[in-house]
Design a protein around this ligand. Structure first.
Ligand SMILES: [Mg+2]
Length: 182
């Protein structure tokens, strides 16, 4: 499988709140990894707000949930200050070890796990390398992307063009709305 194929998510939704979690549960998914930055909160936000906390608590009734983030310990621990949730910092997505560690922490099987994130090059690519599902969401506030993410976005743009050319149906189904969202 070539790189562009590994950057195609299983689905796209406008935000974490739009995902049909009940349907995922019916499909046998019992574990969810969430990216943090620009998936749950913008880079310029420090802590999860009340709505986000209640939302995650609700999900924890049906799923094992973990935050898989490439950012530092201080930022992740502060963001999750008010919610009891396992997390991995400096995950170095798309490398595999963070995903594998996360599976171990949740005692989860890869075919029963999905990651939800806002970047093709880290969240989706990493998930497909490890063999877990991936759901792409629009960034909360793309203007707040940090330098490394801005760099990833440039590669992402090239990959998106390639997918559009090589797999137009999948592009239209899963990525067009993502591209249109920013
Ligand atoms: Mg992100």
């Amino acid at each position: 499988m070539s790189v562009y194929q590994k950057c195609i998510p299983q689905a796209y939704y406008a935000s974490i709140f739009e995902i049909p979690y009940q349907k995922l549960k019916e499909q046998g998914i019992n574990s969810l990894f969430f990216d943090l930055d620009n998936t749950i909160i913008a880079y310029d936000e420090v802590e999860l707000n009340h709505k986000q906390i209640e939302f995650i608590k609700d999900l924890q009734k049906d799923f094992k949930v973990l935050i898989l983030s490439n950012t530092n310990f201080k930022r992740v621990s502060l963001a999750l200050n008010k919610v009891d949730l396992p997390f991995i910092w400096y995950a170095k997505k798309p490398l595999k070890f963070g995903f594998k560690k996360a599976l171990k922490i949740l005692d989860a099987k890869k075919e029963e796990t999905v990651i939800i994130g806002d970047q093709l090059m880290t969240d989706v690519f990493g998930a497909n390398r490890v063999g877990i599902g991936s759901i792409l969401v629009a960034s909360v506030k793309r203007k707040s992307d940090r330098a490394i993410t801005k760099f990833n976005r440039k590669i992402e743009a090239v990959i998106l063009k390639k997918i559009q050319k090589k797999a137009p149906d999948l592009y239209n189904e899963r990525l067009k709305l993502y591209v249109d969202s920013h």
